[in-house]
Write a protein that binds this ligand. Structure first.
Ligand code: AMP
Ligand code: GLY
Length: 422
């Protein structure tokens, strides 16, 4: 089977990494990929989706997997399907679940899926009135895609009003902020759940926990995610069942009724409040770095899982996971998440310890390659992944690998998985 992965991050690297180990996978392509995906396959520098679909036809690509939300909300899936190509991801219409927070919240309300109490509005007067009715902290969200920066947790009514004014005037997020969601703050613990969906059936993966803040102890600014682990012991069978019954099934049925059946990864951001899972948000793709720690836990070949999901055959698949844990620690560049950083050479020491070598690996993200050397090229650079029989073992291995990886300005959290280990 020939497979193409759209995207350039650690998420796409980690999917490619497991596919590369699969003898059934012949050729692997990344569009556009990064400086390290060339270790796994061929990078394809075609930006135009019509041309990329033509490339898929010309190269007999049997399956395309889409990593990031941008190509999905741009409609890459519709373009590929119009050519009769097999592609895993939601249509442009279904990708609105992530592309518009207003669409998502209204969908949740319409289908009675538990979510934080909210209003959506484009009017400052209505916004201020609702803010006055809440107690701080107050959550303000821009409607459109803002690369993970469009959510403000305001600590006072005044701060919430300033955030809303800046969004509605277009000052903070341009057009993406011209409509806003204002909602009550939910106090609980946060989970990332991923359901692979084929429009009618789904497979729920082990629950993960991300670490969104830059610094240890969940301090500092929000990031795309500084580390993750799975499965988390904070989830029991009861919570899995509640998520299936109250969130995933109604979402699949609801999207059918909306005329936009959901195919692809439904990423459910959940806050568990007093044992009840409340939906914070949907994304329509894998989380990054969550994908990097879920891929090594799959026992069923990823090729089979993605292909069956993309061809509406999930009901014929019995998915198995390794009875293990995985922890991923992100190494980011010096000025992340504020600014670009000067490229810095990455040096990985040779690992002599067999147990570490066999149970760890690096998923490369923001890297470039020159003369056989890898350079940290900005943002989140790579993820050190450790696998083990316990979360502690997986974490210790991940951090041992971190100690072997060097580049100027490297930044990492030292407490990934703390919620599961305290
Ligand atoms: P989102 O992009 O909607 O996931 O929001 C980013 C982050 O803001 C989430 O991962 C949560 O940590 C936090 N957040 C969003 N909505 C709420 C809420 N209603 N209550 C508490 N925290 C929230
Ligand atoms: N790690 C969270 C995200 O990918 O949005």
């Amino acid at each position: 089977m020939n497979i193409m992965i759209i995207g350039s991050g650690g998420r796409e690297f980690s999917i490619g990494r497991v596919l590369k180990q699969d003898p059934e996978v012949a050729n692997l392509y990344f569009a556009p990929g990064n400086g390290a995906t060339t270790m796994l396959g061929e990078n394809v520098a075609i930006k135009d989706y019509e041309k990329l679909a033509q490339f898929a036809v010309d190269n007999a690509i049997d399956l395309t997997i889409v990593g990031p939300e941008g190509p999905l909300t741009d409609g890459v899936v519709d373009i590929f399907k119009a050519r009769g190509l097999v592609i895993f991801g939601p249509s442009k219409a279904a990708a609105q679940l992530e592309g518009s927070k207003v669409y998502m919240k209204n969908f949740l309300a319409k289908y009675n899926i538990p979510t934080a109490r909210y209003i959506e509005t484009a009017h400052i007067g209505d916004a201020f009135k609702f803010i006055e009715s809440l107690t701080a902290p107050i959550v303000v969200k821009a409607d459109g895609l803002c690369a993970g920066k469009g959510v403000i947790i305001a600590q006072s009514h005044d701060e919430a009003k300033v955030a809303v004014s800046e969004m509605l005037s277009g000052k903070s997020f341009g057009d993406a902020g011209l409509r806003v969601i204002i909602e009550e703050f939910l106090d609980g613990y946060e989970l990332s759940m991923f359901a692979l969906c084929d429009g009618k059936d789904f497979i729920l993966l082990p629950a993960a926990q991300d670490h969104k803040r830059l610094l240890d102890g969940d301090e500092g600014p929000n990031t795309g995610g500084m580390g993750a682990y799975a499965p988390t012991p904070l989830v029991d069978e009861i919570i899995y069942e509640k998520v299936k019954e109250r969130v995933i099934r109604p979402t699949l049925l609801g999207m059918q009724q909306e005329g936009a059946p959901f195919e692809g990864v439904l990423f459910i951001g959940i806050m568990v409040v007093n044992g009840e899972p409340i939906t914070l948000e949907f994304n329509v793709r894998f989380g990054d770095p969550e994908c990097e720690i879920l891929m090594p836990l799959l026992k069923t070949p990823a090729r089979e899982l993605f292909y069956k999901a993309a061809t509406k055959q999930l009901d014929t698949l019995n998915v198995e996971f390794h009875d293990k844990y995985a922890v991923g620690v992100v190494m980011a560049s010096k000025n992340y998440p504020f600014d670009n950083s000067v490229p810095a050479e990455i040096v990985v020491d040779e690992i002599h310890h067999d147990e570490i070598a066999q149970n760890t690996h690096i998923a490369y993200a923001g890297v470039s390659e020159e003369d056989g050397k890898l350079y940290a090229n900005g943002g989140r650079v790579l993820v050190c992944v450790g696998v083990g029989e316990s979360i502690k073992e997986a974490r210790d291995r991940a951090y041992m690998l971190c100690g072997q990886v060097h580049f100027a300005g490297k930044k990492l959290r030292t407490d990934i998985a703390y919620q599961a280990l305290r």
